[in-house]
Design a protein around this ligand. Structure first.
Ligand SMILES: [Zn+2]
Length: 340
């Protein structure tokens, strides 16, 4: 196995963010990941962000919205997403963590993994929701575009559609956004027939799967749509919304990816990143079953480093391509813009 240097970006401050007692997006998620990385000897290349620049938030968010999160004190922005006095600072640091990780990948031409918390892909230009305040991955993509890159690909395997990311980039052709998610659950967006708008038509692809879809469906989706489109787009960097809530153990959704199924996708993206100088950055989004979240996160870092992390959750539930019709539907739509 090869040893590719991968740097983990993490700040202790992320533990201080707490929505509410017993909330699924808990600091324990991060503790589980860090513990698993340590157990597997993968906690040696770790960097923390020091500075915080609020101007970066305004690359994708409206000033009024940023100001609201900064100044509201204690409030709820949706039923399950609360703002506390420390939220702004920690969410700003999470966005900085994303930027530092992509900058590192650019400078070192090597992969990075940002343990961003709070997560970000549901946050849009002027709203937060779904445990997200600032859209870390979109801010990082916009930062790269501001600093000389021409094309950024965002791949989003989190089980929830990244409505915020789609909203931010749906009119643009310099960001390719591909989401695989469970259809019909929160946030209700991500229809297979939405392919972007205006200049961005063809640069958004959605694969909304039904309950039960897992390993074989994702393999087909990556073979037929995700990888061919990514290759043709020729991104300068690949950013991944790393959510493991598509795992069969996850309590918030009902897809059926196994840990090995997640790893197969990571392997394909890693191979492709060789064509953009090793520039791939994973950023933490969802994943609410801590044992499988931490297992897949550690195994992802291990995959780069040539360290085999033992997997416990390897049951293959979907071995008959339950989501084949969705893949075919998406491929048909995408073939208007891409050679498939
Ligand atoms: Zn999610």
């Amino acid at each position: 196995m090869v040893d590719i240097p991968v740097t983990v970006f993490f700040n202790e401050e992320f533990y201080a963010h707490e929505q509410a007692p017993f909330h699924p997006e808990s600091p324990e998620r991060l503790r589980g990941i860090v513990q698993n990385l340590k157990t597997n000897g993968l906690w040696d290349e770790v960097q923390s962000s020091t500075g915080k620049d609020a101007d970066h938030l305004r690359l994708v968010h409206d000033n009024d919205y940023v100001e609201f999160i900064r100044s509201c004190g204690e409030c709820s922005i949706t039923m399950d997403t609360s703002v506390h006095r420390e939220t702004y600072d920690i969410a700003l640091l999470s966005a900085q963590c994303a930027i530092d990780a992509v900058r590192h990948s650019k400078e070192e031409r090597a992969p990075s993994f940002a343990l961003t918390r709070p997560p970000g892909h549901h946050a849009g230009p002027d709203y937060g929701m779904g445990f997200c305040y600032f859209n870390n991955i979109s801010i990082a993509a916009a930062y790269l575009l501001e600093n000389g890159d021409g094309r950024i690909a965002i791949v989003d395997p989190d089980v929830h559609h990244g409505n915020g990311t789609e909203h931010i980039f749906r009119d643009r052709s310099d960001v390719l956004y591909i989401s695989t998610h469970q259809g019909g659950i929160f946030p209700g967006t991500g229809n297979v027939d939405f392919v972007g708008s205006g200049e961005g038509e063809g640069y958004t692809l959605n694969l909304p799967f039904a309950s039960g879809c897992g390993d074989s469906t994702y393999n087909l989706a990556y073979a037929k749509v995700v990888m061919p489109v990514l290759k043709q787009f020729r991104p300068d960097a690949i950013l991944v919304s790393f959510g493991t809530d598509g795992h069969y153990r996850d309590p918030l959704a009902s897809l059926s990816l196994s840990s090995e199924g997640h790893l197969l996708l990571v392997r394909k993206l890693l191979e492709l990143s060789e064509s953009c100088g090793g520039r791939i950055t994973f950023m933490l989004e969802g994943g609410y079953d801590i044992p499988s979240l931490s297992e897949v996160a550690a195994a992802t870092v291990g995959l780069f480093r040539g360290v085999e992390v033992p997997l416990r959750f390897t049951e293959v539930v979907d071995n008959s391509c339950l989501g084949r019709s969705v893949v075919e539907h998406c491929a048909k739509n995408a073939s208007e813009y891409w050679d498939l």
